[in-house]
Design a protein around this ligand. Structure first.
Ligand SMILES: NC(=O)c1ccc[n+]([C@@H]2O[C@H](COP(=O)([O-])OP(=O)(O)OC[C@H]3O[C@@H](n4cnc5c(N)ncnc54)[C@H](O)[C@@H]3O)[C@@H](O)[C@H]2O)c1
Length: 513
């Protein structure tokens, strides 16, 4: 169970932000003060006046327990967003209760912001009756230590409520996707798996990850009473084949998986694609949970519900849409990821910045060390870009094609290099080539390709097509890429940092000139 408790001084917008947050996360919203008022049949001001503060705090405690309920956590756990009164967690008992039932987010703002927001409602706030500035200043002073003791704090000055709700989501690392089904995307510790209710879970992973992270995952699951089984497949794209899928199906059968069982994919994009596909077809589809372990799989492959495997004729030619029940991304796992894999994954992060998040792009422009220092924030921002796009266009009928930025040229370069270039490296080269194309077509002004190229180079990514790769072969590879129709190729071209446009190109020879 992991409800979200919004807490903080009066005027921080707990109720307004809470409603938006609940809508974004598809969770029920509870405004605790309103619940107390409706139960008591009088306003908070009247309760305080007639019954006194200690009685009010008792009512608050009872309402808090009622609001959380006693539902047990599960994949479809009924967590809630609960806006608390400004002193609801002053009692240790209440605080302990909230912290064991979920996560408390403290909202904080400058005194002037709070006063501005409270100017029309002091009558409803008994503790602020009289000189509101003086009362609020003294309340903040009394509670300074208390408020500052909460680990997760979000500043809510001068921003619209929707942006503040987004900041809360960022701080929590929690998103909800409504594309081809409903599922949560959580950036958090792998231990969160312990709170899920699953049946007969089986972990699918590869040889590398098994050595590094399987024991921990098994012990988390054992800690909650599961007896997880594991299937370890060979590492690498060359094993993303029907043979491996078939091996998974057989292992599922041997492990006694039925239609209610859950597959847990612990690994990079290869494992996510394979395990997700095997789950989507085993007994006509069973649940799966995705625990991505590479940067690329966290910000890209784990999101969107695409699963599949390769044929000798080409990558990802066979697949299905089968979203997981949960994506749980633990950035701690990236500590064991080889540096080259990490840098390759950064290309997708930069791509998401170029598509829709200038601040993300700017964070990346500060170089690898800055990225590592701000990894959790960067990952959450990058995930959000993809989540918003796939929510709007789950089946790639329109703007989801924006996510192909850098990929039209990138896929072709990757293929012609015979996969000597990593996917992200090829995408980095592709993004620069496509930005140059955008400049030639005046979709953007001069200089954007240099800006993009500098950031990628600074992060250690290649930006030029290697000389030994024949241009004609790259153009041919673009033409036969499965996603393209015969007459024109649809490119996602950058207009500026934070905005791309879809443009159909017929003259492919011009793409690399
Ligand atoms: N389904 C989608 O929407 C989608 C999107 C993008 C890419 N993909 C697919 O993703 C695949 C590429 O994913 P990838 O880059 O994650 O590659 P990958 O899964 O092959 O992982 C890369 C390497 O890193 C190792 N590794 C993974 N996590 C590790 C960790 N935490 N510590 C140490 N080593 C670790 C793996 O064993 C492997 O050797 C491709 O097959 C691509 O087609 C799918």
């Amino acid at each position: 169970m992991n409800s979200i408790f919004l807490y903080g001084p009066p005027g921080t917008g707990k109720s307004t932000i809470g409603k938006i947050l609940a809508r974004n996360l598809k969770l029920p919203f509870v405004d605790l003060d309103r619940v107390i008022e409706s139960k008591a049949g009088m306003s908070i001001a009247q309760i305080m006046k007639q019954l006194g503060e200690p009685e009010f705090r008792d009512m608050e405690m009872a309402a808090l327990k009622d609001a959380v309920g006693h539902a047990s956590g599960g994949i479809d756990s009924p967590d809630k967003v609960i806006a608390l009164g400004g002193g609801a967690l002053l009692r240790d008992e209440n605080r302990l209760f909230a912290e064991t039932q979920g996560t408390v987010v403290l909202l904080m703002a400058e005194l002037t912001t709070l006063l501005e927001r409270l100017k029309n409602e002091t009558g409803k706030r008994p503790l602020l009756a009289g000189d509101v500035r003086e009362k609020l200043t003294s309340l903040l002073q009394q509670r300074r230590e208390h408020y500052s003791s909460f680990a997760i704090q979000v500043r809510v000055d001068e921003k619209p409520a929707s942006q503040n709700a987004f900041q809360v989501q960022m701080a929590l690392g929690r998103y909800h996707l409504s594309a081809m089904g409903e599922y949560e995307v959580i950036v958090g510790k792998i231990d969160r798996l312990a709170t899920l209710s699953m049946q007969n879970p089986v972990i699918v992973t590869d040889e590398n990850i098994a050595m590094l992270h399987l024991k921990k995952m098994e012990s988390v699951l054992r800690g909650s009473g599961y007896e997880p089984k594991s299937v370890i497949v060979p590492t690498g794209e060359e094993h993303k084949t029907l043979e491996t899928v078939s091996r998974l199906w057989k292992s599922f059968l041997e492990s006694g998986l039925d239609r209610k069982s859950t597959v847990i994919a612990l690994g990079g994009g290869v494992i996510g694609d394979l395990a997700g596909f095997a789950a989507s077809t085993y007994m006509r589809g069973i649940d799966w949970v995705c625990v991505p372990t590479t940067l690329l799989s966290i910000v890209d492959a784990s999101l969107g519900g695409k699963t599949g495997f390769d044929l000798t004729e080409g990558k990802n030619l066979i697949g299905s849409f089968h979203p997981p029940k949960l994506v749980l991304a633990d950035t701690q796992m990236l500590k064991t990821l080889p540096e080259a894999e990490f840098i390759s994954g950064l290309a997708e992060v930069v791509k998401h910045g170029i598509i829709a998040d200038p601040e993300l792009f700017s964070l990346c422009s500060r170089g690898l060390e800055c990225v590592k220092d701000n990894l959790a924030q960067i990952v959450k921002r990058a995930m959000r870009v993809k989540i918003r796009i796939i929510e709007d266009d789950p089946y790639e009928k329109g703007f989801r094609a924006a996510l192909n930025l850098g990929h039209t040229v990138g896929h072709a370069v990757e293929l012609v290099s015979r996969f000597q270039l990593r996917h992200g490296e090829a995408v980095a080269i592709g993004m620069v080539a496509e930005a140059k194309l955008a400049e030639r077509l005046t979709v953007t002004g001069k200089g954007l390709s240099d800006t993009i190229s500098e950031v990628l180079h600074h992060l250690g990514l290649p930006t030029q097509i290697p000389k030994q790769l024949p241009r004609e072969e790259i153009i041919r590879a673009m033409r036969v890429d499965k996603k393209k129709n015969a007459k024109a190729i649809r490119f996602a071209l950058p207009v500026e940092i934070g905005r791309v446009e879809l443009v159909d190109i017929t003259d492919l020879e011009s793409v690399l000139s």
